[in-house]
Design a protein around this ligand. Structure first.
Ligand code: 4AZ
Length: 390
């Protein structure tokens, strides 16, 4: 959204609405708490956007942050890396850097409005060490009703022009969530407002706002002491201009909350029981918890062997599994290379999967990861390392 909103702001605002604030996000300050789930998104080594860890292996960002592929398609995961657990961008000694293994951009991003459905999920190659954000559920609309103070965090530009290159240290601001009618009025003749998947927040007088580089990052509200993710920084007309509230993806909308659960799986069940009157942190249709041991048994390996160029894996499928994925990588010292990935939609019984492996990569240790989801959307599968000979 960066370029689009900048151009419009110059045309419509004519520069007259310049807020003059010269700190932080725009008008921000050092964070008042730690945000372990706050993520930096990099494209080919350059910081481009904020993002939020929402499951141990999934990061949520804005669709427009990952729309750099061919013909405006999703950016290739190979171009993206994520930095987790680091608040000072330049501090390489903290946090972890993980590559992206998959990008799922919302299928209806850009429809009906340019900023509708502005969400995307990025998969990580392994579980992050940090704790994910709790994501608001559609049943919790009270947590973020108009007038609620919300917090935006990011490393984005401190002034509208974006020429300051953003901030090295993470910063935050507090902004009130606005009603749909206020948001609609504010954007009726410019960007447009789609209450089905967007929300807006900010002060009537401006001064505090997300800006370029904050996109993709979290908008949270407090549930007791816990920040709960209710928005993803999306766009807006300029930054911190009076009446031009910041636009966010509306995560509490059934359409977006459901999309996240469908693609990243349900939220983990909280470790401790929640007190009456507080929200459970999982959607009402949450599956009954299955123990890790049981989930592992749903998918098993009966036999593995070579036949010609292919590695044949006889899999045991005890309960229906969707999105079955078999990854075979060659392990050579520390060099791990993906050899083959296969995907199937739904399997209900035992099957044999043949994975072709190029001759040059056939010997040595092979790391095999088989994964999928059970009927409750929970991850099932196993990993094995096999030794093969030429
Ligand atoms: C951007 O260009 C952008 N004031 C992000 C947020 C806002 C404006 C622009 C909201 O990424």
């Amino acid at each position: 959204m960066a370029r689009r909103s900048l151009t419009l702001a110059i045309l419509v605002g004519g520069g007259l609405l310049w807020s003059g604030t010269a700190h932080a996000i725009v008008g921000g300050h050092a964070p008042s708490r730690s945000y372990p789930g706050m993520v930096q998104l990099e494209q080919r080594g350059d910081f481009i956007c904020g993002a939020s860890l929402v499951r141990s292996t999934w990061v949520l960002t804005a669709a427009h942050c990952v729309s750099d592929g061919e013909n405006g398609g999703p950016t290739s995961p190979g171009d993206l890396t994520l930095v987790l657990g680091r608040t000072r961008r330049s501090d390489e000694s903290t946090g972890e850097r993980l590559r992206a293994t998959r990008v799922i951009r919302h299928e209806s991003y850009g429809t009906p409005n340019a900023s509708s459905n502005d969400v995307a999920l990025i998969e990580l190659p392994r579980a992050a060490r940090q704790a994910p954000y709790r994501v608001v559920t559609p049943a919790e609309a009270d947590l973020w009703k108009p007038g609620t103070t919300a917090t935006v965090t990011g490393w984005g530009g401190r002034v509208f022009t974006g020429i300051d290159g953003g901030s090295d240290d993470l910063e935050e601001i507090q902004v009130p969530i606005q009603s749909d009618s206020t948001c609609r009025q504010s954007y009726s003749v410019t960007l447009g407002y789609d209450a089905a998947t967007m929300l807006c927040a900010g002060e009537l007088t401006g001064g505090r706002d997300a800006c370029q580089g904050d996109s993709g990052g979290p908008l949270t509200v407090l549930d007791g002491q816990t920040p709960v993710l209710v928005g993803v920084v999306s766009s807006g007309l300029g930054c911190a201009f009076p009446t031009q509230y910041g636009l966010y993806a509306r995560i509490g909308a059934a359409a977006l909350a459901g999309w996240i659960v469908r693609n990243a799986g349900p939220a983990p069940t909280p470790a401790t029981p929640t007190a009456p009157g507080t929200s459970p942190g999982t959607p009402s249709a949450a599956p009954t918890p299955t123990s890790t041991a049981k989930r592992r048994k749903i998918l098993g390996l009966k036999r593995a062997g070579r036949r010609g160029r292919a590695l044949r894996l006889a899999l045991v499928v005890r309960r229906p599994v969707t999105g079955l994925k078999v990854t075979v990588r060659r392990v050579r010292g520390k060099d791990v290379r993906t050899v083959k990935r296969t995907r199937r939609t739904r399997v209900t019984r035992n099957l044999t999967v043949a994975v072709r492996i190029p001759r040059t990569r056939r010997t040595g240790r092979l790391r095999i990861v088989v994964s999928g989801r059970d009927e409750n959307g929970r991850r099932v599968g196993f990993a094995r390392t096999l030794r093969t000979r030429g």
